[in-house]
Write a protein that binds this ligand. Structure first.
Ligand SMILES: [Ca+2]
Length: 139
């Protein structure tokens, strides 16, 4: 999957590499001048993304989830070099623009919606699947 910019001569600004299976995102490439910044996804057995790491295997962003997948996005280690110890700085959106979170499904932080292909899950005070006709497949 690619994200391009520029209508006349589009350039690839972002790419994702996937492994076998569904929702198995592995690598994020972001254009940085003439090169690409590379980030790797660290996931649990359900492919829920726990962290993004850089080429040096250092965590650059980490994630925690409530039941049903509402994310907490951790953008800093709290200044002590350790992640997952409870003192991380958090944000409402990914500083890396990472859309893949709980079970590697896409997360829209603007409207707190988890895209589950045929239905989206709304993380509202009353968490629920949005009813109505299923979304059309994204091409
Ligand atoms: Ca820490």
């Amino acid at each position: 999957m690619e994200k391009t910019e520029g209508a006349q001569s589009p350039t690839v600004e972002r790419q994702y590499a996937y492994g076998p299976g569904v929702d198995n995102v592995l690598v994020l490439f972001d254009k940085d001048g003439e090169n690409y910044d590379v980030h790797y996804y660290l996931k649990d057995p359900l492919w829920t993304v726990e962290a993004l790491v850089d080429e040096d295997a250092s965590i650059v962003e980490a994630y925690a989830y409530e039941v049903y997948g509402k994310p907490t996005i951790k953008t800093g280690d709290g200044g002590d070099g350790d992640w997952f110890d409870g003192d991380e700085t958090t944000a409402t959106s990914s500083a890396k623009g990472n859309p893949y979170l709980f079970t590697a499904r896409r997360w829209d932080d603007d409207i707190s919606l988890q895209y589950n292909r045929a239905r989206s899950y709304a993380h509202t005070p009353v968490n629920r699947l949005l009813l109505g006709p299923p979304h059309r497949p994204v091409v």
